[in-house]
Design a protein around this ligand. Structure first.
Ligand SMILES: [Zn+2]
Length: 402
């Protein structure tokens, strides 16, 4: 029997075990998700299709009034509470729902479900969109994956996004919202983010989530792992059930190989920008290496001393596009500055050197969990979404969140 066939049979058996040990979780379904869509506004413009908006106290949902006004209406804070159009309501938290329950427009974007407005202590407004989990998923998928990718990859992504949302919901029970609408959580665009192809993948996998110890798994995911995913422990700390695995599927990604050269002056400027006391940079070294090959720490030697920092912090500091992943090696290239005078050189004076640190790396993102480009390739090669999920989350079970 060929090794590949053996592997396939083993995989099928494992998936069977995974599926048969999974069970309904009793989480209650469909769940409501609360997404922060604005964190600091002085006033808001709110619109509905039928010109009528209902207001409720929040969180007890006691009915306040229906406002039969000409929309859009303006909303701002007042000394008493929150002002909706001409109505000044004594509250710091209000829930608005379209009379026909369809959708509300906040500023220039339409959202399904309800809109919670929170008057903060500084009188500014925080805006949260509360809606069914499945509708929330519709509003994020297109931002996280191309709807043109193969069906199994879309289904795997839907399950991963659903699990992540439920994990965050359980973690944020005491907070006013579960997730942000930015890439810090998952990029959410309301109705504008929807697409028939991704909606179908959500519908086809309805209720399915990945779990560990019968709880939603924190299903981190990223664009491209560069050949080996990373253990969550090395990036985010204590998240059980997320080991690093070999990935032989993401070589087609435009991010599989990359090179990013930085001059010593650029590196110094990055460090100065974060208010570090730093002289001209003389050397830069990677310290250690994780099991997957990623760099945990960097040491900068400069004319006033040394700085050691985590590579994760450095990547955050210079921008994620500048340093696509932590799976890299550093090559130092040293050249004499062209402006150096030959005469001075002969006198044996010190010369300024043009130093470039060339980061040669693979992959895009933190590397934990599902590798999206790997998932795409697996789907193209005929693997099912169950097989894709089992590949990147080998310790998780596929369960029904009901
Ligand atoms: Zn990969």
């Amino acid at each position: 029997m060929k090794a590949w066939t053996k592997f396939s049979l083993l995989l099928t058996l494992l998936i069977w075990l995974v599926l048969n040990y999974s069970s309904a979780l009793g989480l209650g379904y469909p769940q409501k998700i609360r997404v922060l869509i604005h964190s600091d506004k002085n006033h808001l413009t709110i619109n509905s299709f039928d010109n009528k908006i209902k207001a409720f106290h929040y969180p007890d949902r006691k009915f306040i009034n229906t406002f039969p006004e000409e929309t859009p209406i303006n909303c701002c804070s007042s000394p008493l509470g929150i002002k909706i159009g001409e109505h000044d309501i004594q509250t710091d938290l209000i829930l608005l729902v379209a009379f026909d329950k369809s959708a509300l427009q906040v500023e220039n974007r339409w959202y399904r479900g309800g809109i919670i407005i929170h008057k903060k202590k500084n009188f500014h407004l925080e805006v949260i969109n509360e809606l069914d989990l499945e509708l929330y998923l519709q509003g994020i998928m297109k931002q996280e994956i191309s709807p043109q990718w193969p069906e199994a990859a879309l289904k795997a992504q839907a399950i991963v996004a659903r699990s992540y949302a439920l994990f965050e919901k359980q973690r944020n029970l005491d907070s006013l919202y579960d997730l942000k609408s930015t890439t810090e959580s998952q990029a959410y665009r309301g109705i504008a983010g929807e697409d028939p192809l991704t909606n179908q993948a959500i519908e086809d996998t309805r209720n399915l989530i990945l779990t560990i110890d019968e709880q939603p798994l924190c299903t981190f995911y990223h664009a491209c792992c560069g050949g080996h995913t990373e253990s969550a422990h090395n990036v985010f700390g204590n998240y059980p059930g997320l080991p690093g695995v070999v990935c032989e599927f993401c070589q087609d990604s435009p991010y599989y190989n990359w090179e990013k050269p930085f001059s010593n002056i650029q590196i110094r400027n990055y460090l100065l920008r974060s208010e570090m006391k730093v002289g001209p940079i003389k050397s830069l070294r990677a310290i250690g290496k994780t099991f997957s090959g990623r760099i945990p720490k960097l040491r900068f030697k400069h004319e006033l001393g040394n700085i050691t920092m985590t590579a994760k912090k450095f990547r955050q500091m210079i921008g994620y596009n500048q340093l696509p992943s932590l799976l890299f090696t550093i090559e130092k290239i040293q050249k004499e500055k062209k402006t150096g005078e030959e005469a001075e050189k002969k006198k044996g004076k010190n010369y300024d050197l043009e130093i470039t640190f060339n980061f040669i790396g693979r992959g895009w993102g933190h590397g934990v969990g599902l590798c999206q480009w790997g998932s795409k390739k697996m789907a193209e090669e005929g693997f099912t979404y169950e097989e894709i999920l089992h590949k990147y989350y080998p310790l998780a079970a596929l369960s029904e969140a009901e």
